[in-house]
Write a protein that binds this ligand. Structure first.
Ligand code: MN
Length: 494
């Protein structure tokens, strides 16, 4: 099927795909022959609430609107009115069709699964004949269902009913998770509130009162407010980089998870990019604007992590990073001391560097690069530099990755200098008590006794910015060549 089906022309004609998040159906998508055909039932809160029953027939979704939905009871015959064929991709669509568009309103994947044709004819022939009998294997529906064209009433009307089989029931009972999406578990209200207006003017956010940091009673609303306010300072560091999300939907005392691929239900105005990985691709979010940052916060993404290279030159990082991670025998004073020693080593090599607290336990030291050296060479350079630091105090510093072999020493981690590796974004919140923030510093601040890795939090970081400004403001204009540093080249030869 090189061209989209003729039957999709009407579907496409009725829709403006710049204004609606629905799939255009112009991309070729032929389901595998070996796979069982699929069905989906959308719950659709358009001008009238109804269900849309769609079954796969020759690569498209033949569809009916069923105002009263489905039943377990063979005695209940519900009206089904044929509607436009929909593209195969529509089966996974869930979201909100904006006002002013065809079918405007919230759409839920109410049920989905596979079906078996119980008739001897092909499914296309059954549709033509006006008599369909299928065994549905969904999350909610199970068993035989029939769709029959009637001669009663006006126009093309069908009836849908449960067939008499062991799955039928004469009593009125509800379906499992009747009010929840079979795809995301969300209710209609949750789907609606998860959508933010495309231009970011009206930000519709959900569960703002939910407490994400129980100790300090910090809510999701507080996290959203923080990211809204910090966005102008933070976004230049995120621009055109793939983001890995560290999400905590149930707060920081429950286990969070790292998410590389954007969720299917993310609205289509969220910028995203496919990046090849072993055995496939990852579909990363790119956060270039406040609306996206706020949307991620609404998804309880407490900490965005960033690639060290930018999208247009993925193999050539513009950041070389040293992660100073204290061991059991090091306090933060020792981390600060190591940071200052590393700063001096970098200075002697002719390299400008920047430092931030991670908001967790350690420090990140970053050298901005001119994107002319590939990851492997950058990592080699970083290791050579780190070796110089370790040589100054091997009793307290180590390059040993294995925890057991570190013996409590401070670990100089250069392993992040690699393709697809990420580090916490500057000014991101960490999932620690009190919501500490990864905070860019002036080098001189490392000499302050009072400075701790978690000194700055969402509560005091704005006061700090007002007082000292953003110490990393110039980082994007300080790109340097590793190859031009004569001393660096000498060091690599050793
Ligand atoms: Mn509909």
């Amino acid at each position: 099927m090189a061209e989209p089906k003729v039957s999709l022309k009407r579907y496409q004609k009725r829709r403006d795909f710049k204004a609606s998040p629905e799939p255009s159906g112009t991309t070729k998508r032929v389901p595998k022959k070996t796979k069982q055909p699929i069905f989906v039932i959308h719950k659709h809160a358009a001008s009238h609430l109804h269900y849309d029953f769609r079954i796969e027939v020759d690569g498209v979704l033949t569809s009916w609107a069923v105002p009263k939905g489905f039943s377990h009871n063979p005695a209940e015959k519900h009206l089904a009115v044929p509607t436009d064929d929909h593209p195969y991709d529509y089966a996974k669509f869930e979201g909100v069709i904006p006002k002013g568009n065809y079918g405007a309103g919230t759409v839920m994947v109410w049920d989905r699964g596979t079906y078996k044709n119980l008739k001897d004819h092909s499914m296309a022939q059954c549709v033509k004949n006006g008599r369909i009998e299928v065994f549905l294997r969904g999350k909610k529906l199970l068993g035989g269902y029939a769709l029959i064209r009637t001669t009663l009433g006006k126009g093309n009307q069908w009836l849908v009913l449960k067939m008499n089989d062991e799955y039928a029931s004469r009593t009125t009972k509800s379906f499992p998770d009747e009010n929840k999406s079979a795809k995301t578990g969300r209710t209609m209200d949750e789907i609606t509130s998860d959508e933010i207006d495309t231009d970011g003017c009206v930000v519709q956010l959900s569960n703002q009162d939910k407490i994400l940091f129980p100790d300090a009673k910090i809510t999701k609303g507080d996290v959203i407010a923080y990211y809204t306010k910090i966005a102008p300072t933070m976004l230049p560091y995120m621009k055109d980089r793939a983001v890995t999300m560290h999400r905590f939907p149930d707060g920081i005392t429950k286990e969070g998870f790292y998410q590389k691929d954007k969720s299917d239900y993310f609205p289509n105005w969220i910028k995203h990019v496919l990046i090849p990985k072993e055995g496939g691709k990852s579909d990363y979010v790119v956060c270039n604007d406040t609306a996206t940052l706020v949307y991620l916060a609404n998804q309880a993404c407490i900490t965005p992590h960033l690639w060290l290279s930018r999208l247009d030159k993925l193999d050539y990082p513009d950041r070389m990073i040293f992660d100073l991670d204290p061991g059991s025998k090091t306090d933060f004073a020792a981390v600060k001391k190591a940071g200052l020693l590393l700063h001096k080593i970098l200075e002697d090599l002719g390299l400008t560097s920047f430092v931030m607290t991670t908001g967790s336990r350690g420090l990140h030291i970053v050298v901005p690069l001119d994107r002319k050296t590939p990851f492997d060479d950058v990592r080699d350079c970083a290791r050579k530099i780190a070796e110089q630091l370790v040589a100054k105090d091997p009793e307290h510093y180590t390059l040993e990755a294995r925890l057991a072999k570190r013996c409590g020493r401070l670990y100089i981690d250069v392993s992040r200098n690699a393709f697809a590796q990420t580090t916490v974004a500057p000014y991101s919140i960490r999932a620690r008590s009190g919501a500490p923030v990864a905070t860019p510093l002036e080098w001189g601040e490392l000499k302050k006794k009072s400075l701790q890795a978690q000194s700055f939090t969402i509560k005091n970081v704005f006061a700090r910015l007002k007082k000292v400004g953003d110490p990393w403001k110039k980082i994007n204009r300080s790109m340097q060549s590793l190859k031009k540093s004569h001393k660096m080249m000498q060091l690599l030869k050793t």
